[in-house]
Ligand binder design. Structure first.
Ligand SMILES: Cc1cc2nc3c(=O)[nH]c(=O)nc-3n(C[C@H](O)[C@H](O)[C@H](O)COP(=O)(O)OP(=O)(O)OC[C@H]3O[C@@H](n4cnc5c(N)ncnc54)[C@H](O)[C@@H]3O)c2cc1C
Length: 390
């Protein structure tokens, strides 16, 4: 990467990126392998990221953000994702899936209560959409929120919720009118310490070992009506809009994963000697490196296009967000695989980071919408069946 050729970035963007890169190299890189092996969630590092103001790029200063915008958010997310897939999730849990949703749809009271606390990491956030039997088909969710005086009574179960075992609050989607299907969905802010909320960690997963993920069981949980986001019954529309934001973050994190794989592979190719010279001299190794670099840069270009559009006010750019998400997340699966070809046997050992990068890269094709769903949105838009940008 050459700084002067990054023509899309302002000097401010470059300074921010350099600052975050230095932070990640100094604070995250030395502990990442140990934290992953020990499945240790680093709350202290989340606090440090908050102290540096990293969560606040798309949030106005008035609510504790810095208003630097979406491209700044993508740059920060990539740099943290490059160092740790587990810590990358913070940019959806503190910002896009929580603070930004509350900023868009919350009452003034709710905004003041939650957004600054998320920005400073005084509160840890999560968002609950997926259920055991309602995943890609979000409108099939069965968690209910039934109005009872000044409160909603919530019953149901959420599955695969990032940070739920450590979270203080949750942006929760539930059915206020089950019969109305997607028109009966609403969004709430739920206090995770409320009576009736139980979060159970899913401990044995393929990757992201330092990132607690869990189920949320809700039994007669009472949420004040003031914690309803926007209007009752409009939750499905809000969910789609929230996903347009969270998918940008996932795509930016995926680029970080790709870049980490590129870095490790280049280093190794130059250091590893076989047949009397570095393997970097062999054309077949160069071919692999070329593909890794090109895939990473292509993914980054799509992420930046999407973020720049949002910075120009085109925040509902579903089409471009989904294209970036599809491409970058596919690359986060493929580029570390290519890295394993370069590192070969040593890459198969946990002595080198490529094994962790490969494991963590797998998740991007699943979360914030599986790859098939991205392809479906791209194709139905292209075929004129359903316009993605509305
Ligand atoms: C580590 C991790 C963290 C997560 N964090 C969160 C979180 O914080 N909050 C949250 O709400 N959710 C979270 N999720 C859930 C995630 O968003 C879902 O896993 C995702 O939406 C897809 O659901 P599924 O994996 O159950 O797949 P399913 O929906 O069961 O689909 C299975 C397969 O069928 C395909 N498929 C489904 N429908 C179609 C169709 N119509 N056409 C073609 N193919 C189709 C899918 O592409 C997929 O390949 C997380 C998941 C993981 C693994």
């Amino acid at each position: 990467m050459s700084d002067e050729y990054d023509v899309e970035l302002t000097e401010e963007h470059k300074m921010l990126r350099d600052m975050v890169r230095k932070f990640a190299e100094k604070e995250i890189a030395p502990v990442v392998e140990k934290d992953e092996k020990e499945h240790r969630f680093q709350r202290e590092l989340v606090n440090k990221m908050a102290e540096l103001g990293l969560f606040g790029c798309p949030i106005p200063e008035e609510y504790g953000g810095n208003g630097m915008g979406y491209l700044a958010h993508a740059l920060v997310t990539e740099e943290i994702g490059r160092a740790s897939g587990s810590l990358r999730v913070a940019f959806n849990m503190q910002t896009m899936g929580t603070a930004l949703s509350i900023f868009k749809w919350g009452s003034e009271e709710i905004k003041k209560k939650y957004i600054p606390a998320l920005m400073s990491a005084e509160m840890i956030g999560c968002f609950g959409i997926t259920e055991p039997d309602a995943a890609s088909d979000t409108a099939a969710m069965t968690t209910t929120a039934i109005k009872d005086g000044n409160e909603y009574v919530v019953n149901g179960r959420k599955m695969w919720i990032t940070w739920s075992p450590v979270a203080d609050m949750c942006v929760l989607f539930a059915m206020t009118d089950k019969k109305a299907k997607h028109k009966g969905m609403s969004a709430f802010v739920m206090d995770m310490r409320s009576p009736g909320v139980t979060a159970i960690e899913i401990k044995d997963k393929l990757g992201l070992w330092a990132c607690p993920t869990g189920e949320i069981i809700m039994e007669d949980v009472r949420i004040p009506t003031g914690n309803l986001l926007g209007e009752e019954g409009k939750g499905f529309g809000y969910l789609m809009q929230e996903l347009i934001s969270t998918r940008l973050t996932a795509a930016a994190g995926a680029v970080g994963t790709c870049q980490a794989a590129v870095d490790e592979s280049i280093k190794y190719a130059n250091e590893r000697n076989q047949f009397g010279q570095p393997i970097a001299q062999y054309q077949m190794v160069q071919e692999v490196i070329a593909r890794m670099v090109a895939e990473t840069e292509a993914a980054r270009a799509l992420v930046w296009r999407c973020a720049i559009q949002k910075d120009r006010g085109l925040v509902n750019n579903m089409r471009e967000t989904v294209i970036a998400k599809y491409y970058a997340c596919k690359a986060a699966d493929e580029v570390p695989n290519l890295g394993l070809e370069v590192l070969s046997a040593y890459g198969y050992s946990n002595e080198y980071p490529i094994a962790r990068i490969l494991r963590d890269g797998k998740v991007y094709k699943i979360l914030e919408g599986a790859t098939n769903i991205m392809k479906m949105i791209i194709a139905t838009d292209a075929l004129g069946i359903k316009k993605a940008n509305r």
